[in-house]
Design a protein around this ligand. Structure first.
Ligand SMILES: [Zn+2]
Ligand SMILES: [Zn+2]
Length: 137
């Protein structure tokens, strides 16, 4: 995948990538740390964080800057849309085709070279909806 000879795929980095690709929960660095520790008990939060940053610079993971909360990471790098819960901040994937036309429309209106677009939908997740219902009942 990555052919840059300067970047070594360390064991730690490999494990981080593997674990991130297994989930669709868009974990934060802290949550990643809890997951990675089960496989690499000696790893530090700083190492996890640094490797996530490197992987995102390499384009091997996505870094989601959502709504002023903690950064979340995504092992699925093909463009896709997200939906975020306003109550608990969880982020899910949305299974729908991405809009290529919107990129062409944007390109025709700017001198920037458009590479991709991101779209975030806002809502309330099923768990939070249920919790609200329980409170009312
Ligand atoms: Zn929620
Ligand atoms: Zn995603």
């Amino acid at each position: 995948m990555n052919t840059n000879p300067k970047i070594r795929m360390t064991k730690q980095r490999q494990v981080i990538l593997e674990e991130l690709c297994k989930v669709t929960t868009h974990p934060t660095a802290d949550e990643m740390y809890q997951m990675i520790r089960k496989r690499l008990p000696k790893i530090s939060l700083g190492t996890v964080y640094r490797n996530l940053e490197i992987l995102s610079e390499l384009g091997m993971v996505l870094k989601l800057d959502v709504g002023g909360t903690q950064k979340r990471f995504d092992g699925h790098v093909e463009n896709h849309y997200h939906v975020r819960c306003t109550e608990c901040g969880c982020v899910g994937d949305l299974q729908m085709p991405t809009d290529q036309e919107i990129e062409q429309q944007a390109q025709s209106r700017t001198d920037f070279q458009i590479k991709r677009h991101s779209l975030e939908f806002i809502g309330v997740c099923p768990e939070c909806r249920d919790a609200k219902k329980r409170k009312v009942a």
